[in-house]
Design a protein around this ligand. Structure first.
Ligand code: 13P
Ligand code: SF4
Length: 349
């Protein structure tokens, strides 16, 4: 919902946004990608927004980069590029569009701006934050450096530009192991996700990994006991956990990977039944492409990701707000850390 009713009135006065079953029927191609998870009545409400956004996107020369946790109507209806955090960062370096609309959370938009200082990067809701990004500042990074002199700092992309600028290199959940293995140092500082760090440490025992005490409010809610009980009650279900989950949860799972890793695993393995131990939209977004897989089990909603709605995306393109700005010096230093990660990931394949 838009915070200001006046904005909603302006949108309704400018675009035909009333529920429209006729238009929804003509947009069956888009609907086919989400019909298992979006009802026909909901699609009739979404279709006018999807049509208006796609038309405005062409007019503005904009590209929409959407994270895998976006709702299906954004993910399948308006996104030009979808993916995990690494894919979105890489695509941000490739896009030819002058305007990027970031459908995800604030740190993702900042990363796109850092990689594209000359482009306009729009954030549909500036309140779409992240508990991990909120957990550490550059001063926290400095404290870790003082505690472990000489140890390089690997910061998760789920951090502010200021924290990236204070780090040696970034990582995402899909390349963290690769990045840690590639560093020569014996002791490595990982910020800010303690669970990602602990999960990486289990896979790279030859390194001493020390971590910041941050966590994701979505993934920290799962417990190993929940997973064990779920498996007991639902035998044969493939359990797939994101590495932001606590290590004992990951240990109970059949597979752990980034959101792209989860998608690749499901596509390759085609399990009969799967429980995705991650944000709710992940299963929704891949459901129609995998009609033979039954997605079951509890999921947790990210309140930040869910701040991004079709209405806010339309407002963002209509008003060309809110434009992300990053201080030039911070952006230059942060770019080094992000680009090092991208280059290293590409080199290692
Ligand atoms: P990935 O898509 O990189 O796995 O990240 C998940 C996440 O929580 C992003 O905020
Ligand atoms: Fe941050 Fe977790 Fe939400 Fe991702 S799912 S944006 S890590 S709070």
């Amino acid at each position: 919902m838009l915070d200001m009713p006046a904005r909603r009135d302006e949108l309704r006065a400018t675009y035909d946004l009333a529920p429209n079953p006729g238009l929804a029927a003509r947009m069956q191609d888009a609907y086919a990608r989400m019909k298992r998870v979006v009802s026909p009545a909901d699609w009739a409400m979404h279709a006018p927004y999807v049509a208006a956004i796609n038309a405005l996107k062409r007019e503005r020369g904009a590209a929409i980069l959407a994270h895998n946790y976006m709702t299906p109507e954004i993910f399948h209806g308006v996104a030009d590029v979808v993916g995990d955090s690494l894919q979105l960062a890489v695509e941000a370096t490739r896009t030819q569009s002058d305007v990027i609309v970031q459908c995800g959370v604030h740190f993702m938009a900042e990363t796109s701006k850092i990689l594209n200082p000359a482009k306009i990067v729009l954030m549909p809701d500036m309140a779409a934050g992240c508990s991990l990004a909120d957990s550490i500042t550059a001063e926290g990074v400095a404290r870790m450096r003082a505690r472990y002199p000489g140890a390089p700092v690997v910061s998760y992309v789920n951090t502010t530009a200021e924290v990236k600028a204070a780090s040696d290199i970034c990582c995402t959940s899909s390349n963290a192991v690769q990045i840690i293995r590639a560093l020569e140092a014996e002791t490595i500082i990982m910020t800010p996700d303690k669970y990602l760090a602990q999960n990486v440490a289990a896979l790279v025992p030859e390194k001493r990994i020390v971590w910041w005490d941050g966590s994701c409010i979505v993934h920290e809610q799962y417990t190993a006991r929940d997973i064990r009980e779920f498996r007991e009650w639902n035998p044969g279900t493939r359990i797939i956990a994101h590495p932001e989950c606590p290590p004992d949860v990951v240990a109970e799972a059949d597979f752990s990977g980034s959101t792209k890793g989860i998608l690749d695993y499901v596509s390759l393995e085609r399990p009969e039944r799967a429980m995705l131990v991650t944000e709710c939209s992940m299963a929704s977004n891949i459901s129609d492409a995998h009609p033979d897989v039954e997605f079951i089990g509890p999921c947790n909603m990210c309140p930040y990701m869910k701040k991004i709605t079709l209405e806010k995306v339309l407002w963002s393109l209509h008003s060309m707000t809110t434009q992300i700005e990053v201080d030039a010096d911070i952006a230059n230093r942060a770019r080094l850390a992000v680009q090092r990660m991208i280059d290293l990931s590409a080199a290692k394949g």
